[in-house]
Design a protein around this ligand. Structure first.
Ligand SMILES: [Zn+2]
Ligand SMILES: [Zn+2]
Length: 358
């Protein structure tokens, strides 16, 4: 991706010389997520174009220099099916890392496929090979998790693990998830696994709502077929007239915020995770929607290694019964990425998979 609004360009790079503690991954699969569409439109600040997009990927180790271990200490060898945590270079020394304990706000932090420039090498999944530099968090793909399970879940599941942590879900909670994209669908599944008594998904189009039901939603409300007032009535009708204990915003639209504040009960919690890029200002009334409601509002930015490892554990246990792999709807080769981005933007598919060998 040479610059915003430009067609995807295919380039060749020399095979990197591996420094000690690094590896070269032969890419099996990567993804096109909502963030990639935003990158294509230039809506994320600080992106060093040209970049090789694709921040969550899976592959097979092609070459290793020196002994290499996964985050769990297990040895990583050539031929192993491996996945990696896309966030790297978090410094562990700055105030964000040490004093505030918010490493996702570390200014040294970089993300494969998003904030790594192509000029520095193979730091993205829309490629046949990925350079795993020293210090990148690696894990062997569990035997029971297929590449399609892992990439179907992808960055949406990692984000949803962090959201569930920020939401502090308790047994019996009623939960509304705004948005039925990859993040919202995973948030629905995790709300169900976390013991919610009722999970309500709000989104569109219809196919995504049907998938939301299969991911664990009890009720799916169609954004296109209902008004905001009707959705509020329907949520209150099933929550003792109160609204939901927890509302999760994974919609990424400015209009979702006012509605989400209204859908939460007095004393409830609202986690905002879909505004990864600036989509504009939301109109809110602080008296009615926050202060008087005694509402708890939390942002959720990026993810940490523990969310990556928990996502793997969740997939290991539940990928057979929760249809994460169906989020990854269609496969695209490197010469079809403009179409993949267009399909993702038009919401024709929940997520495009990238197969660099097609
Ligand atoms: Zn993503
Ligand atoms: Zn730091």
């Amino acid at each position: 991706m040479t610059a915003p609004h430009q067609p995807i360009d295919i380039r060749e790079y020399p095979r990197p010389d591996l420094p000690p503690g690094s590896a070269l991954l032969r890419t099996s699969s990567s993804e096109v997520c909502g963030t990639d569409v935003h990158l294509w439109h230039g809506r994320l600040a600080g992106v060093p174009y040209p970049i090789i997009p694709g921040h969550v990927s899976a592959g097979v180790i092609d070459a290793v220099r020196g002994p290499l271990t996964g985050i769990d200490g297990a040895p990583i060898r050539e031929g192993d099916a491996v996945v990696f945590f896309d966030v790297h270079r978090t410094c562990g020394r700055c105030r964000a890392c040490t004093v505030h304990r918010t490493p996702t706000r570390c200014s040294a932090r970089r993300v494969y496929g998003i904030t790594d420039p192509a000029a520095e090498g193979l730091f993205g999944g829309w490629a046949q090979a990925i350079f795993l530099e020293p210090g990148v968090g690696l894990a062997r793909l569990p035997d029971t998790v297929s590449v399609d399970d892992y990439i179907g879940a992808g960055c949406g599941l990692l984000t949803a693990v962090h959201i569930a942590e920020r939401a502090g879900i308790r047994l019996g909670d009623t939960i509304v998830v705004q948005g039925a994209g990859a993040v919202g669908l995973s948030a629905v599944a995790l709300a169900r696994l976390a013991g919610a008594s009722l999970v309500i998904a709000i989104g569109a189009p219809d196919a995504r709502l049907r998938l939301a039901e299969r991911m664990g939603a009890d009720i799916a409300l169609d954004l296109a077929a209902t008004s905001e007032a009707e959705r509020l009535d329907q949520v209150r009708a099933v929550t003792h007239g109160e609204g939901a204990d927890i509302v999760i915003e994974a919609a990424g639209s400015a209009a979702a915020i006012g509605e989400g504040l209204n859908l939460a009960r007095d004393g409830g919690r609202y986690v905002i995770a879909g505004h990864y890029t600036d989509v504009g200002t939301s109109a809110i009334n602080a008296h009615w929607q926050i202060n008087r409601k005694h509402l708890d509002i939390r942002g959720c930015w990026g993810s940490e290694a523990r969310h990556f490892l928990r996502a793997l554990s969740i997939l290991e246990r539940h990928a057979a019964s929760i249809p994460w792999r169906e989020i990854g709807a269609r496969r695209y080769g490197l010469r079809q990425l403009d179409a993949a981005l267009a399909d993702a933007e038009a919401m024709r598919i929940p997520k495009a998979l990238v197969d660099p060998w097609v």
